[in-house]
Design a protein around this ligand. Structure first.
Ligand code: NAP
Ligand code: GLV
Length: 310
């Protein structure tokens, strides 16, 4: 059997070695830099490897992301053309992401930022109670993660919509599709929730013109990718008073540099890319299944279309 290569700057190899070896007896699992003969490697399990790294393995049959996103793989200008591109679609991550969006939506909806500011001023003041059924939440992206998060927000009684490339039919969620319906989606969105993959089409999508199309007082949440949001435009929209606040889990530069103004902006909450962390225990079943399928010449699951890049 060909070998599986693991390389990631974020994830430790040992939980994956253990979880995959339990599922595939005799697995030849090699953690970078202990690669051995590059010709032995048939399956690469990777996160943010340097450009040109993957072309060094002449017998690679599949490249699997150690996350749900695959933008880090397509960022390689010398990405080999032949191997399947695979990703995780992990229900554990889906639950984690939905929890994180519930937290962000409820914090803004229940005036958390206002009461936190009042606490800093030792000010005891009751604000008018908000109404759930008229609070309009909008998800950019209704894929594996967006659909689950949107469904859980809708189950609480919010008015929920989602924007995707293709039309969706999801209970309790109004579907907007394609660039021609983006403006109408934004105009009805009080809490914008970003869960898009990073592709050429979604890069810089959340910029000054998009923020201007949201109602005054809207709140922005992003857990997709940092490069989808123009941070200087966000700061300007917050400072002008057009946007009420933002919660961000992803940034153009990660880790966020210590002198970045987002760290200290009073209307911004910074999270260190933790809304849905990769989990070897829950992810190993599908990766083991794909190793088996790829080495048996069968069609893998969770494969990504290289033309769409997600
Ligand atoms: P997915 O299943 O591939 O879903 C992507 C969604 O985005 C789909 O609904 C898709 O529309 C929509 N979309 C893509 N390009 C679009 C475009 N140009 N215009 C309109 N809609 C577009 O992805 P997922 O598993 O939900 O994950 C989404 C992203 O979340 C990942 O790519 C990653 O960047 C991010 N993520 C972040 C974390 C974190 O911890 N912060 C963790 C995991 C993932 P269609 O359904 O019509 O194709
Ligand atoms: C994390 O950002 C992922 O793509 O899984």
């Amino acid at each position: 059997m060909p070998a599986v290569l693991f390389r990631s700057p974020n994830d430790s190899s040992e939980p994956w070695r253990q979880a995959l070896s339990e599922r595939i007896p005799g697995l030849d699992f090699r953690a970078w830099p202990n690669v051995g003969d590059p010709a032995d490697i048939g399956f690469a399990l990777v996160w943010k490897v340097p450009p040109s790294f993957l072309k060094e393995f002449p017998n690679l049959k599949a490249i699997c992301s150690l996350g749900q996103g695959v933008d880090h793989i397509f960022a390689d200008p010398e990405l080999p053309r032949g191997p399947h591109i695979l990703r995780l679609v992990d229900p554990w991550m889906g639950r984690a992401m939905a929890e994180w969006f519930l937290l962000q939506v409820l914090r803004f909806h229940r005036q958390g930022p206002d009461y936190e500011a009042q606490q800093r001023r030792r000010e005891w003041k009751q604000l008018p109670a908000p109404e759930t059924s008229t609070r309009r939440v909008g998800f950019l992206g209704l894929g594996a993660l967006g659909a689950e998060a949107a469904g859980k927000v809708a189950a609480l009684g919010f008015d929920v919509a989602g924007w995707s490339r293709t039309r969706k039919s999801l209970p309790g969620i109004t579907s907007y599709a394609g660039p021609e319906e983006l403006d109408a989606f934004l105009a009805r969105t009080d809490i914008l929730c970003g869960l898009l993959p990073l592709t050429p089409e979604t890069t810089d999508l959340m910029d000054a013109s998009l923020f201007a199309k949201l109602p005054k007082g809207a709140f922005v949440v992003n857990a997709g990718r940092g490069a989808q949001l123009v941070e200087t435009d966000l700061l300007a929209a917050l400072d002008s008073g057009h946007l009420a606040g933002a919660s961000l889990d992803v940034f153009r530069t990660e880790p966020l540099p210590s002198d970045d103004p987002l760290w200290t902006h009073p209307k911004v909450q910074v999270w260190p890319h933790v809304s849905a962390l990769t989990n070897a225990d829950s992810g190993a079943d599908q990766v083991a299944e794909n190793i088996r399928r790829v080495f048996a010449g069968e069609t893998p699951i969770n494969s990504v279309d290289p033309d769409r890049q997600y």
